[in-house]
Design a protein around this ligand. Structure first.
Ligand SMILES: Cc1cc2nc3c(=O)[nH]c(=O)nc-3n(C[C@H](O)[C@H](O)[C@H](O)COP(=O)(O)O)c2cc1C
Length: 364
């Protein structure tokens, strides 16, 4: 019934009052300036979601250091004062329209395909990523073999996340989300076939989770209390969508409790909904049960009947909407009004996933 949908009820996430359960999923749009500053166009893009009723905006993945973190040309960063200041209009406009904003912190690792600071990518091990670079983010051909990060460089990765979280807080963001999903650096450490290390960052699951633990703890400590810290995980990767954690539910529980014990306020499961309601527990439900933390579910949840079930059956607390939000930046208002969602047009991300490209496809 319009107006009574469970996704439209308020929720308190790590001390943040959210007006409803709808979050915009993080989406890379490679539309920042060449030196990684957010633009007015980006502020208007994010403001549209806030004005369209979303309670929480999670930004696109934002690079965290001036070494190996950047993944894409025209990706935004938060590595200096100029980049931080450029995010302020995004934050201010979202706040003015009643939404909260969390900055997603991202290190691309081996799947970096555009980095103005370094000629080579760096990763847990010198393993060529599966598949090919993403054309919609200006990539072409196979990824090169990355170099193996030294322990000292790993410490710089951790410091980059922590310093970025501090800058995010000073900029006015309500929190940060650590990107440990989708095949990027933290997920490369977690994954046995991309992490062949024999030191304390490799080997069994605790070693492969060490970087997630260190980054989460460092971000938590640096950002201080009263600032939301989330961690996003997924099984599938941009370059290996079919990947599943080899240890099944036991591995999943260890992944989730590691982040929780290191100080995460919430967990976010990317793409968890492609196969909503398989046999047994869903990953978000497992994350909730294992940690007691609030959990954000994601994956085709613009479908209101599925969204209703996810919330009513207690799989998750919040719903992150990706492509459905691109199709309908005002999805929460539509659900309230009982209006059907607009089908997503993949053409808005072709040939590049940029914002100006999307505008040319926007309905008149
Ligand atoms: C254009 C585009 C860019 C994306 N960029 C990111 C990103 O920066 N960080 C991230 O964690 N996920 C990213 N994703 C994944 C989405 O957050 C989400 O998991 C995915 O779209 C599935 O959700 P949906 O079915 O609601 O679209 C991106 C997805 C799209 C379509």
């Amino acid at each position: 019934m319009p107006g009574t949908h469970p996704a439209l009820t308020a929720f308190r996430l790590a001390g943040l009052d959210l007006r409803n359960r709808y979050a915009v999923a993080p989406m890379t749009r490679v539309s920042a300036t060449g030196d990684g500053r957010a633009t007015e166009e980006m502020a208007a893009y994010y403001a549209a979601f806030a004005e369209g009723g979303f309670g929480l905006l999670i930004t696109e993945g934002t690079y965290t250091d001036r070494a190996f973190a950047q993944g894409y040309l025209h990706q935004p960063g938060i590595t200096d004062e100029a980049q931080a200041a450029a995010w302020r209009p995004v934050v201010d406009r979202a706040h003015a329209a009643g939404a909260r904003v969390v900055l997603q912190l991202m290190h691309a690792g081996a799947v970096s395909q555009g980095n103005r600071f370094r000629d080579r990518a760096a990763a847990p091990s010198a393993v060529r990523p599966l598949g090919e670079q993403l054309a919609k983010y200006r990539g072409d051909g196979p990824w090169p073999v990355p170099m193996e990060l030294t322990r000292r460089q790993i410490a710089e990765v951790v410091a980059g996340f922590a310093a970025s979280a501090v800058r995010a807080r000073e900029t006015g963001f309500d929190g940060v989300e650590i990107h440990a999903a989708n095949g990027y650096l933290l997920d490369q450490f977690l994954t046995p076939y991309t992490n062949l290390r024999t030191d304390e960052y490799g080997g069994g699951l605790p070693g492969r989770l060490r970087l997630v633990r260190e980054v989460t703890a460092a971000v938590r400590a640096a950002a201080g209390p009263g600032f939301a810290v989330g961690v996003r995980f997924s099984q599938g990767k941009i370059n290996d969508p079919a990947w599943r954690w080899p240890g099944g539910e036991g591995e999943a529980a260890e992944v989730f409790t590691t982040a929780a014990d290191a100080g995460a306020d919430y967990l976010h499961l990317a793409g968890s909904g492609r196969d909503w309601f398989p046999e047994g527990r869903t990953l978000p439900a497992l994350a909730r049960a294992a940690t007691g933390l609030p959990v954000v579910a994601n994956g085709a949840l613009h479908r209101e009947a599925v969204a209703r079930r996810v919330l009513e059956e207690g799989h998750a607390d919040l719903l992150a909407i990706g492509t459905g939000a691109l199709a309908d930046p005002d999805l929460p208002l539509r659900v309230a009004a009982g209006t059907a969602p607009t089908p997503f047009d993949p053409g808005v991300l072709e040939p590049l996933a940029t914002l100006d490209n999307a505008r040319t496809h926007a309905p008149a």
